[in-house]
Design a binder for this molecule. Structure first.
Ligand code: NAD
Ligand code: MG
Length: 360
């Protein structure tokens, strides 16, 4: 059942292992650990579930851990600094390895710490949420939030391996599972109409955590992400397609306070807004907008931004987004279901209409 994909980045290429029971397989870790010192970065929810089996897999090494508080609201400079406190307390050297055990928050923070500690140390991702298995653990984006904007401080730092144990999803809350499905839908929407068809007909299995269905969705998502990252590692072009729904979504997340809307929920609503704007600009058929909204709804996600977030505030928040170049807003829009483009030629009146619209 285990599948291994490769992110092709020349001498920084790395494997993504996907399958059940991988978390406690020592063989997967050993090739990537050079020194003897390993720091596991995790959080207070994941630690009681999975820290012991991971520690067992690392038997014989000098293993320490840092357990962070749980939540997007803790993805801050202050909490991030605790990782360095732990590394320095334990006198970790440059040949140490950081392992992120948890969802995207832990992965982004641990990865960014690995990018910075002694100017860069080895790093392994052990993602335990659907969202982190299909998205955040792959591709090397790491970082933390600033009160003024999400992920505003960070670095590119590729892991040496991604070990995605699909059995860890058994303990994931249903709301988090749905949030992960937002990113899965995203891959179908930007690149793969056939995958989108498959998702449409297997949504019930995915929501009930059928292991085969989940494994397929994770593999296909990682394949698409790995391909896009290999083509454009530092996001000078096509990688930005992965931000479908994210500029709207980040504004929703910032406006509602980190942690109130899950990232995937905001992306779900954001993708519906991107579809809406695409249709208003004449690029996408109205029937396709409805199809996107139906898929997002079936995945258990919201299709509308919060009612109190008006167009003016939306614009302010979107202007902070990293996708703004030379003061021009760039958005990912759909030209068909399964095909997306990056555009900075946004019709401002249509954008206002999308930002103010609330469909029934
Ligand atoms: P998360 O890390 O907050 O995890 C969601 C919740 O599930 C948390 O409460 C966590 O403790 C809990 N959890 C994790 N694994 C569990 C398990 N197996 N069983 C039970 N509970 C478990 O959220 P997320 O959705 O994984 O990640 C969102 C973050 O990822 C955001 O900060 C977002 O910005 C970031 N992100 C980064 C990238 C990237 O390319 N670096 C891409 C997408 C998202
Ligand atoms: Mg995302």
């Amino acid at each position: 059942m285990t599948r291994t994909l490769e992110v092709d980045l020349g001498d920084r290429s790395y494997p993504i292992h996907i399958g059940p029971g991988l978390l406690h397989d020592p063989v997967l870790y050993r090739p990537h650990i050079r020194g003897r010192q390993v720091m596991i970065v995790t959080n207070e929810t994941v630690a009681p579930l999975y820290l012991a089996p991971l520690r067992a897999a690392l038997d014989g090494l000098e293993v320490c851990e840092v357990v962070l508080p749980d939540g997007e609201q803790y993805k801050t400079l202050e909490v991030w600094n605790r990782i360095f406190d732990a590394l320095l307390d334990a006198r970790f050297a440059r040949d140490c390895t950081l392992i992120a055990l948890g969802g995207g928050v832990v992965g982004d923070m641990a990865g960014f710490a690995a990018a910075c500690y002694q100017r860069g140390v080895a790093f392994i991702q052990v993602p335990t949420t659907l969202l982190s298995q299909v998205d955040s653990s792959v591709g090397g984006k790491t970082g933390i939030n600033h009160p003024a904007g999400k992920n505003m401080i960070g670095a590119f730092h590729q892991p040496l391996a991604v070990i995605a144990d699909t059995e860890t999803l058994d303990t994931l809350p249903q709301r988090e599972l749905s949030a992960g499905l937002a990113e899965v839908l995203k891959y179908g929407l930007i690149r793969d109409p056939a995958f989108l068809d498959w998702l449409e007909s297997h949504m019930a299995e995915l929501l009930s955590r059928d292991p085969e269905a989940l494994a397929h969705a994770i593999r296909r998502s990682c394949e698409i992400k790995a391909q896009i990252v290999a083509e454009d590692e530092l996001e000078s072009g096509q990688r930005a397609l992965l931000n479908l729904g994210h500029t709207f979504g980040h504004a929703i997340e910032t406006a509602s306070g980190y942690g109130n809307w899950l990232h995937g929920e905001a992306v779900g609503a954001g993708m519906c807004m991107a579809a809406d704007l695409s249709a208003r600009m004449g690029w996408l058929a109205e029937a396709d907008v409805e199809r996107v909204r139906r898929l997002v709804t079936c995945a258990g996600l919201p299709t509308e931004p919060p009612p109190e977030l008006d167009a003016e505030r939306f614009r302010e928040l979107m202007a902070v987004d990293k996708k703004v170049l030379d003061g021009r807003l760039r958005l990912v829009l759909l030209t068909a279901v399964g095909e997306a483009v990056i555009s900075d030629e946004i019709d401002q009146d249509q954008l206002t209409a999308t930002l103010s619209a609330r469909r029934p």
